[in-house]
Design a binder for this molecule. Structure first.
Ligand SMILES: Nc1nc2c(ncn2[C@@H]2O[C@H](COP(=O)(O)OP(=O)(O)OP(=O)(O)O)[C@@H](O)[C@H]2O)c(=O)[nH]1
Length: 343
């Protein structure tokens, strides 16, 4: 069987808040009748990304086309979650023409690519491409950089370790797996910084892979789909920090919790606090929905580091409480963060 007979799947990866969901949304908006199914995986108990996409009004984003795998790391739950989900999609009377898989921001893509070699799905799907979305301003700010002195000290203590910064490790693994790198949030950098970043990333990639700048993940489907990479046949070209452990890895470096919110008369004070809380407690990501008294619309809130955005996305369809998902590094003081957010 050639790749032509297989359903192509695109893995959209990239660190927390890089803009994966935004890119997937844009893609769906410009899908031009392609039958695309979406699998969304998230770190954290509540699926905010799935919620953001589901029934967002874009044709193709109907709930039945979006499967949420909320169980942390897709690459660690391949047998239980991922393979059965893929089989169920492929067994549909009208199988999708393309499958988009949005990984959690903390997932390592390589074990997921490997999963395409499982006999249960190998003859039916292929990885058309791994699209790695990069938060350009976060990289420019040195968010994923190692501190060379700390690395040297750590190596001296334990030669099997090569990073002091778990963010750096995830970032590198995601870049190493890429068939296309999207340098997103280009609007937040000047031309010269963006050009320098583009060259720097291109130079560190293990293979010749295109690096394309984007704003709001706005790229033509023709750029993202049809890469025909068959990545599952090409694993050796995608080095991972976890190769030695055969893909096994821990997510102990990161922590997340869900903070239920009261209903608010006005969200202003809460919204004003969030960037400072994120900065003070080194929170990586905050996202969720605020419920306002007497307002049928829910207020979607998205924060990456100390950069926040909010908008009314759609009416609440249930009587769930407002809530925020908070993701940080291990050791984050959950109670202090919760107290600071609630004010
Ligand atoms: N300024 C700017 N903001 C962006 C851009 N793309 C996305 N964002 C914002 O960045 C935040 C995170 O975007 P998402 O698309 O949710 O990121 P994600 O990678 O899916 O996040 P996780 O699933 O939590 O890892 C949101 O507030 C977006 O509106 C961009 O090009 N420029």
């Amino acid at each position: 069987m050639t790749t032509l007979d297989k359903v192509p799947a695109t893995i959209v990866t990239g660190f927390l808040g890089a803009g994966k969901t935004t890119l997937v949304r844009h893609l769906m908006q410009h899908a031009n009748g392609r039958r695309i199914a979406i699998i969304v995986n998230e770190f954290g108990a509540l699926g905010v990304d799935g919620e953001t996409l589901k029934d967002c009004g874009i044709p193709g984003c109907e709930a039945e086309n979006i499967v949420e795998l909320a169980n942390g790391c897709l690459c660690c739950t391949v047998a239980d979650d991922f393979i059965p989900t893929m089989q169920a999609l492929l067994d549909r009377p009208e199988p999708p023409g393309h499958i988009l898989i949005e990984t959690s921001g903390l997932a390592l893509p390589k074990p997921l690519i490997k999963a395409f070699n499982w006999p249960a799905i190998r003859s039916r799907v292929t990885v058309d491409g791994v699209v790695t979305v990069v938060d350009a301003p976060a990289v420019a700010e040195g968010r994923f950089a190692d501190d060379p002195e700390a690395v040297a000290a750590q190596r001296a203590a334990d030669p099997s370790l090569d990073h002091d910064n778990p963010l750096a490790e995830v970032y590198e693994d995601q870049l190493n797996a890429a068939d296309l790198v999207v340098l997103n949030k280009a609007d937040l950098l000047d031309e010269a910084t963006l050009a320098a970043l583009r060259a720097e990333i291109a130079a560190r990639l293990p293979r010749a892979v295109k690096v394309v700048p984007a704003r709001e993940g706005a790229l033509e489907p023709a750029v993202l789909l049809g890469l025909d990479a068959a990545a599952e046949d090409d694993l050796a070209a995608r080095p991972s920090h976890h190769d030695a452990e055969d893909g096994a890895h821990e997510h102990d470096d990161f922590d997340s919790f869900v903070l239920p919110l009261p209903d608010y008369d006005t969200p202003d004070a809460l919204l004003a606090r969030l960037p400072d809380v994120a900065a003070m407690h080194d929170v990586l990501r905050i996202k969720g929905f605020i419920r306002l008294k007497d307002k049928p619309m829910r207020l979607a809130v998205q924060g990456v580091g100390r950069r926040f955005r909010h908008h009314f996305d759609r009416p609440w369809t249930d009587d769930r409480q407002g809530h925020l998902v908070v993701i940080g590094q291990q050791g984050m003081d959950r109670e202090a963060v919760a107290r600071a957010i609630l004010g």
